[in-house]
Design a protein around this ligand. Sequence first.
Ligand code: HEC
Ligand code: HEC
Length: 215
Amino acid sequence: MIRWKTKAVAAAALLLLGVGGMAAGEKGPQPAQPSWRVPLGDVGRGGALAAPCLACHGAEPAAAEGLPQVPPKIHRQRQSYLFLAMREYREGVRKNEIMEPFAEGLSDQDMRDLAAYFAQGFPDRPPEAKTASPGYAVTNRECGLCHGETGVGELEGMPVLTGQDPAYLAHALRAYRSGERSDPTMRRVAQAIPPDQDEAVAAFYGTHVWLEHGK
Ligand code: HEC
Ligand code: HEC
């Protein structure tokens, strides 16, 4: 029953993403992309727009010392997810007092270009799963359906978890559980994880290599 519900939710999510992708029909420089759902963007323009982001999302996130939370790694994150996340901050769907001011003035095209810039170097294949990790048993249950066995997944719109800062991942799970992040699927998923397992789940994804803090 739980499986069935999850599949229905995943199908609904895909449908939504498909609709969003169609609305994003674009002109401008278009690098070859595998899917029409991916919001295309201009890497060069994105790089210029990214300057203010690098204080927190650059090579040395320590520059962001004093922030109440660790900035997530966003280099090599999936392009479509970056776009959706920025839009959620701008629309106030995802509430965060640090990120909202940076998303506020951005147009959809700015976000596509920033997403294209940060997504550069998205690797070809996921790493091998570290099945001996204590988090594996918890994640293996249903996360893989959407996020893939090691947290990469194949669905557009899904965040890559692989290589993310464990502190950020644990923070994200708590934010879904408390309702601070409103995604209904992840809220249900996070509520099903015993809170004392958050760190193990975060460590499982965090110890694989993929996402980066920048170069
Ligand atoms: C002052 C530090 C800071 C700056 C500058 C900043 N960010 Fe962030 N960013 C954060 C923090 C902290 C979070 C995590 C917030 C949360 O938990 O929702 C975040 C989250 C994000 C996310 C969501 C990542 C995920 O995995 O869900 C994206 C995308 C993002 N930032 C893009 C940008 C872009 C693009 C810029 C520049 C226009 C920018 N950020 C500037 C601190 C910053
Ligand atoms: C039905 C699909 C689905 C399943 C199953 C699922 N997720 Fe997610 N997950 C998502 C989506 C969609 C998002 C992005 C939601 C948003 O915009 O906040 C997400 C986001 C996340 C994030 C935040 C990432 C970031 O960069 O902010 C974490 C952490 C996460 N999931 C962990 C898990 C874990 C652990 C499991 C299994 C116990 C799991 N998810 C199962 C669809 C799923």
